[in-house]
Write a protein that binds this ligand. Structure first.
Ligand code: MG
Length: 376
């Protein structure tokens, strides 16, 4: 491993439950390994962001997305002499709390939970690693290091922060997270903006001609067309997207290196007191804003995506309503005898843990009257 800078996270503040230090690997490598071996991580394979899992085998899933985020974050962390293992662990865990059906699912579950404290995927990711994974004899969750959990919680309202103890403090005090956490956060944006371009084109919902009006795409597409005239479209798309990722990563490195040099932090504590240092340049921020706007108007709000989202929301609403009305419809381990609010949270945990296809099947099992179930 390359030697870390003075402002890198090299030690942990510790875990909630005391454990002996791992032999042969670092604390953050152990966190990464625990995340990869968790059940929630495996379920990411069948959860999606824009396209529902059964729409095509070549689209990104949350699993491949998380791996892409980890790859980008590690490259940046290594170059900035930060803790690559921590950036990787945060990246791999960042989407563990996502509901089925991406943002449509999260919005629906949040609406269902409005009288019970709401639902937020970012907080749910934390809940997965702190409570919901049941793998260890001595504790609930994965007992990850403070810095990994801190990085997973990238945003949080003041009301929620007040209930989160030391993890919530930075939101109340306006402090920054570690540079490794800041990297994972922006690596997420680099990954999804670019793969949504790729998947959007593959789906046929957006075209290269439309995209060529977006400056960040046009810049690189023109270059590709100049070097490789007549290149088949799939290859031209890939050559363009890889150049886009490279531009974003290179810009992020340049701007962040300059910010770090100016701020000159001597420790992790200095990083926490400073404003965010891992940033894109203003110019590249603007290019990304235009790309995001294009994707929102033309892909995320495409009528075929909206149609699928509406169906997804109905599935979540129906399931939630059924489980709230009759606890006996739930698998035994979710049938609590607790009050309404605790029960609603248990239902939200159950639904959030579902994959796209499991939610569709469960809906069919409960609501479909036209077919005789072949399995119970
Ligand atoms: Mg993500």
């Amino acid at each position: 491993m390359i030697e870390c800078a003075a402002y890198a996270v090299t030690q942990t503040r510790g875990r909630k439950y005391l454990e002996a230090s791992p032999a042969g690997r670092s604390e953050f490598q152990r966190d990464r390994d625990r995340i990869i071996h968790s059940g929630a991580f495996r379920r990411l394979e069948y959860k999606t962001q824009v396209f529902v899992n059964h729409e095509g085998d070549l689209f990104r899933t949350r699993l491949t997305h998380s791996i892409e985020v980890a790859q980008i974050a590690r490259s940046i962390a290594r170059r900035l002499h930060l803790n690559e293992d921590l950036a990787e662990a945060i990246s791999l865990a960042h989407d563990l709390g996502h509901t089925p059906f991406g943002h449509a699912g999260q919005d629906a579950l949040n609406a269902c939970m409005k009288d019970y404290g709401g639902f937020e995927h970012n907080l749910q990711s934390l809940r997965v690693v702190e409570l919901l994974e049941e793998r260890y004899a001595a504790f609930d969750g994965l007992n990850l290091c403070f810095e990994t959990r801190e990085g997973i919680l990238k945003h949080c309202s003041a009301a929620n922060a007040a209930n989160l103890g030391e993890l919530g403090e930075r939101f109340l005090q306006g402090r920054s997270p570690s540079l490794e956490a800041q990297i994972a956060n922006l690596a997420d944006a680099i990954a999804y903006n670019n793969h949504d371009v790729d998947d959007g084109l593959r789906s046929g919902l957006i075209t290269l001609e439309q995209l060529s009006k977006v400056p960040l795409v046009d810049l690189h597409l023109q270059e590709v067309n100049k070097i490789y005239p007549g290149l088949p479209e799939r290859r031209a798309v890939h050559e363009t997207v890889r150049r886009m990722i490279n531009t974003l990563v290179t810009d992020l490195l340049r701007q962040s290196e300059s910010n770090i040099a100016k701020q000159n932090p001597a420790s992790v504590e200095d990083v926490r007191k400073a404003p965010k240092l891992i940033l894109f340049s203003a110019e590249v921020n603007e290019l990304q804003r235009e790309l995001k706007k294009f994707l929102l108007d033309n892909l995320y709000r495409h009528y075929r995506v909206m149609r699928m989202s509406a169906k997804a929301q109905r599935i979540i609403h129906d399931l939630f309503g059924a489980f709230i009305d009759d606890r006996r419809l739930l698998p035994p381990q979710f049938q609590s005898s607790e009050g309404a609010s605790e029960h609603a949270r248990t239902v939200a945990d159950y639904i959030a843990g579902m994959t796209d296809r499991y939610a569709i099947r469960e809906h069919r099992r409960i609501f479909a009257v036209e077919e005789i179930p072949v399995s119970l």
